[in-house]
Design a protein around this ligand. Structure first.
Ligand code: ADP
Ligand code: MG
Length: 478
């Protein structure tokens, strides 16, 4: 009778048992560095080791069908290649974003840097992409649909591995009681794969004294996720990491002959951005100057300005237009695999779709050209904004795209935050990391590099973990 408990009937778990699991999970997080800065401590975003709390987590892994998991893994290297191809087509990038440029000052500034690189004929020989492609499983159409391809500052590769290991550990201890097998949680080496890719880029740069520079936000409560990468770089590859904000780069830099980037007296081989993706990261001209001079230097940029722009929502929407993928990819199978993941995507100059979205706003998400969560528009706000834009005219339209709203299956989960668990209805989003490294014609790495599930209460529209909407999760294959 005991042995065939249906999986994940969380309704059946008694509070005492769940409390015990939560206790074990919280001890595990504390012992293994699955921690973030606690916002109630002023210094928790600047001084490591001060004011730490466990990262928000799902207590147990969330079920995910194995076939879709395989599909998501299989397309990772194809998406990596697509980003690389798109990055080389400067005209496509400039043309696709030309209207956005007029409506959105941030995109415009990024494009200016891109234009400057074109004018000076700057070519990136060594290209490092550390990406995360996010998906939701649409319940009605039973299809795996891409939310977006992130090419800058993809967060949580350090924690992807940890939350997977946490869940595996809990299932090893309590799996019998839960009716769950820890082997069904796929191995996750996101942290070491990203760090290894950086190390290989460092090797291509070929100066044993050079450091890796992480461009950070001045106040970063998610610093431990980043420190996990530095830790692998140091302990496995003997590579030193420095952490600098864009403002610090601007005051501490110098450039040597051949364009080598020197910051604080050290030559930088690889610049890894965990900042620089939102207007908030550029409060003054200093930060823009820093971004430009990094781009002009010979350091490997992760990402380069072209990779960054290739990951924008507008480019995503352009790539979804008929015939566009074919311009970049020769292999028909690859094109078909990518297209299969594309949700409906539209620009706002299509009157038919605008009419439909005003009628049924709940079926759409309206997105400005922003990253980092908390910017998208949902539900009745879609209608209001579309009506407002109709009055304001053509120009403003270009700041947004429309996307088909994806509706994943809702399941019952335990979300754990600040030491307390809540049972709730939730939906999940699977992020697949991808690493890509090439030097001229030589592709050195092109692989799927681990994963991260993020789970959020189904009533919340947005999804970021750092933004406070979602919790870290792993998957249980079924
Ligand atoms: P950002 O670049 O700011 O992270 P995203 O496009 O990734 O913006 O969207 C943020 C969040 O909004 C996602 O993590 C997801 O939870 C939700 N979201 C985005 N697009 C859709 C969509 N088409 N359908 C349903 N939810 C979406
Ligand atoms: Mg996103």
């Amino acid at each position: 009778m005991e042995s065939h408990k249906p999986m994940f009937q969380v309704e059946n778990f008694d509070d005492e048992f769940v409390q015990k699991l939560v206790y074990d999970a919280l001890v595990w997080c504390s012992l293994h560095g699955l921690v973030v800065g606690d916002k109630t401590y002023q210094k928790s975003g600047t001084v490591p080791g001060v004011g730490m709390t466990h990262a928000p987590i799902s207590l147990l892994p969330t079920q995910f069908p194995e076939s879709y998991w395989k599909q998501a893994c299989e397309v990772a290297p194809i998406f990596n290649e697509l980003v690389d191809r798109v990055s080389l087509d400067a005209k496509f990038i400039q043309d696709s974003l030309s209207r956005t440029k007029k409506a959105d000052i941030f995109t415009s500034r990024l494009l200016d840097i891109h234009s400057k690189m074109l004018e000076s004929n700057k070519k990136e020989d060594i290209r490092l992409g550390l990406h995360r492609s996010d998906y939701m499983l649409d319940e009605e159409t039973k299809s795996l649909l891409q939310i977006g391809m992130n090419t800058i500052s993809c967060s949580l590769p350090g924690f992807g591995r940890l939350v997977t290991e946490l869940h595996q550990s809990l299932l090893r201890s309590h799996g019998d009681h839960l009716g769950l097998d820890s082997e069904r949680v796929p191995k996750n080496t996101s942290n070491s794969q990203f760090a290894d890719a950086m190390a290989k880029a460092w090797l291509e740069y070929n100066n044993p004294r050079a450091v890796v520079m992480i461009v950070v936000q001045p106040d970063e409560r998610n610093m431990y996720d980043q420190h996990w990468l530095s830790s692998v770089l140091r302990e496995k590859h003997s590579i030193v990491t420095i952490r600098k904000s864009l403002a610090e780069v601007e005051t501490e830099w110098s450039v040597q002959e051949y364009g080598n980037l020197i910051v604080d007296g050290q030559e930088v081989s690889v610049v890894y951005y965990r900042s620089g993706y939102t207007p908030r990261d550029y409060p003054s001209e200093s930060e823009w100057n820093a971004r430009l001079l990094i781009e002009q230097s010979s350091a490997v940029k992760c990402p380069s300005i072209a990779y960054h722009l290739a990951g924008t929502k507008k480019i995503q929407q352009e790539l979804a237009k008929p015939g566009v993928l074919e311009r970049f990819m020769d292999n028909k199978d690859d094109v078909a695999k990518l297209r299969k993941c594309f949700a409906g995507l539209w620009s706002l100059d299509d009157p038919e779709i605008i009419k439909k979205a005003i009628e049924k706003p709940e079926l759409f998400v309206m997105k400005p050209q922003r990253e980092g969560g908390g910017n998208n528009i949902y539900g009745d706000d879609v209608r209001e904004n579309l009506l407002r834009l109709q009055k304001e005219g053509e120009e403003e339209n270009a700041a947004y795209i429309l996307m088909q709203r994806i509706f994943p299956k809702v399941s019952n989960v335990f979300l754990v935050r600040e030491g307390v668990y809540h049972r709730d209805q939730a939906i999940s989003e699977l992020g697949i990391y991808g690493a890509y490294l090439r030097n001229k014609e030589r592709v050195i790495i092109n692989e799927q590099s681990g994963y991260l599930m993020r789970t959020k209460v189904s009533s919340s529209d947005e999804g970021g973990v750092a933004a406070g909407f979602a919790v870290l999760d792993s998957i249980y294959l079924n």
